[in-house]
Write a protein that binds this ligand. Structure first.
Ligand SMILES: [Fe+2]
Length: 313
């Protein structure tokens, strides 16, 4: 079903041209990639790079059982991502293709929004090709293959989530027409990167930013600082976020079907017409309309967060 979110009447077989009226940050395309920004092949990794993957994998698996969404853990298993070394995209794409029709394609770090949306609309997940060094083991600024493949790809083995991500890619084109990419980016941030889900056993994380990092799963699920608020798409798209520290607020979905329906059934034309170009709500705000799961003390952020060495409690 595609209602509110499918939007432009665009055919997505070919990369559509964004008009010059669209405000985006220009990225310089490396000479070796084409219009689709795809690398000709996945990088060949050295033994120490494969070992970085294995160590990152082992570290996450000490934290994630009981904290990661069951769809994520099932995806890890179905795709056998722990078989050792950086997964080969071709094999991963074959396995994922059988499950949900998605593939994983290598790209050089960041790619332009319209190209990113276009790949998602075609069920291709663009993944960073490089892997972090040991010096950057805990914290990286640009998403690497561990963040992209370990963090994002297992969820794509879930059929409902797979549909959500495709719908999101299509929605990107509408957001560009209205110059509201920032708002749609907030939705991605608070769902795909930092989303929490309510399961029978309690809250779990499904966002890749949480699942691929060393400490955010514990903070997001167990700390007293952050607010946890049930997802409301309108509200989230008006909410600022932080990119270089733990989140002051997480948004909770009741199920993956809840996420899909809330988004796909939304009248985005109406929403975008009512949105200003910037954000309305601070990332720490709890507002009248919120359906609050648990209200945080915000003490970690009030004490200055990461840069002040505050304890993530
Ligand atoms: Fe990501």
């Amino acid at each position: 079903m595609e209602t509110g979110l499918d939007l432009t009447g665009q055919a997505f077989e070919r990369l559509p041209d964004p008009s010059s009226e669209v405000f985006t940050a220009p990225l310089k395309r490396p000479p070796h990639v084409g219009e689709d920004w795809l690398e000709p092949a996945q990088r060949v990794y050295g033994a120490d790079e494969h070992a970085v993957w294995d160590d990152l994998f082992a570290r996450q698996m000490e934290v994630l059982p009981g904290r990661a969404a069951s769809a994520f853990l099932a995806g890890l298993d179905k795709l056998d991502l722990g078989r050792g070394g950086v997964p080969e995209f071709a094999r991963l794409s074959r396995d994922l293709g059988r499950l949900t029709g998605w593939s994983v394609v290598p790209v050089p770090m960041l790619i332009p929004d319209h190209v990113f949306f276009w790949h998602l609309a075609n069920r291709r997940f663009p993944a960073g090709n490089f892997i972090r060094t040991r010096a950057a083991f805990d914290y990286i600024e640009e998403p690497d293959v561990f963040h992209d493949v370990f963090g994002h790809v297992p969820m794509l083995a879930d059929p409902t989530y797979a549909d959500y991500m495709q719908a999101y890619g299509r929605a990107g084109w509408k957001a560009m027409r209205y110059n509201r990419l920032k708002a749609l980016g907030a939705l991605y941030w608070y769902t795909v990167e930092f989303g929490l889900i309510e399961e029978a056993g309690g809250l779990r994380a499904y966002g890749a930013g949480i699942l691929s990092g060393p400490s955010e799963a514990v903070f997001a699920l167990e700390a007293r600082s952050p607010n946890r608020i049930y997802l409301n798409v309108d509200r989230v798209m008006r909410t600022d976020y932080v990119i270089d520290d733990l989140q002051p607020t997480y948004f909770v979905i009741e199920s993956l079907a809840d996420l899909y329906h809330q988004t796909v059934e939304r009248d985005f034309d109406r929403l975008y017409r009512g949105l200003g170009p910037g954000f309305t709500y601070a990332n720490t705000a709890v507002i009248d309309i919120d359906n609050v799961h648990s209200r945080g003390t915000l003490e970690y952020h009030l004490r200055g967060g990461r840069k002040s060495g505050a304890r993530p409690v």
